[in-house]
Design a binder for this molecule. Sequence first.
Ligand SMILES: C[S@@+](CC[C@H](N)C(=O)[O-])C[C@H]1O[C@@H](n2cnc3c(N)ncnc32)[C@H](O)[C@@H]1O
Length: 265
Amino acid sequence: MAGRARLKPLGAPTRGTTNPNRLRRSDRWVTGTPWARRVVQAAADPLVVDLGYGATPVTTVELARRLRAVRADVRVLGLEIDQERVTSAAPVADPPWLEFRRGGFELAGARPALVRAFNVLRQYDEAEVAAAWTTMLDRLAPGGLLVEGTCDELGRRCSWVTLDAGGPRTFTLACRPSDLDQPSDLAERLPKALIHRNVPGERVHALFTALDHCWARAAPFANFGPRARWTEAVAMLAADWPVRDRRTRWRLGEVTLDWAAVTPS
Ligand SMILES: C[S@@+](CC[C@H](N)C(=O)[O-])C[C@H]1O[C@@H](n2cnc3c(N)ncnc32)[C@H](O)[C@@H]1O
């Protein structure tokens, strides 16, 4: 404990905007994607960190509840760099299953199997992303995973990167298809590493161009609803792009690709 107290929280407090159920899509992805779920299920120490939970700890409480369904003895630690937010979360703590502490990218000395950092890096400079990623990855338990992403206030437009000790692995788009005019509407909610890269010549721009094209070709499926249209658009995309998941996920308004599909140039 004394060692923990000496660690200086790395980062800076930012706006604390959050909302109940805002992160349901990434929670559903973590608990429903076999290889991501296994990170929690197979962990020697099932500790999960929610970094930067915001003005209220509601999404941390929800994450803990959802993870408990896949690993009954999971412990969730909410970390915030803003001490007032740590203090105000205390009444909902349920140690050792759910705790809150002050901490930053150094993860307050914890060695979690999984870190979720949502809508945190968004308010930093693009140039700060690589160092923040490395700092968090260095603290993961062996075989651990970092899920770093961004979404809108209601969680209808989301995207995230997963990283392990070797660096970024996958990129996911997740949305409510009825909320979209076209898939490139999601570009406004790209993770910080990509949001400034949606310009011609960059892979993420080429991805959105291709997905918009598939969406247009899938227009006849709109008769069956926007989710059916999204599913068919992603099926078309998968013919040429390194899509990692299948129809069961696409039907939820998701698609996960290899990170190589969007690596900034
Ligand atoms: C916009 S809120 C996001 C809340 C929640 N994760 C969500 O997505 O709804 C961002 C929070 O991250 C916190 N934060 C920013 N940098 C941080 C860091 N390096 N470590 C821990 N928390 C940080 C801010 O203080 C703020 O409360």
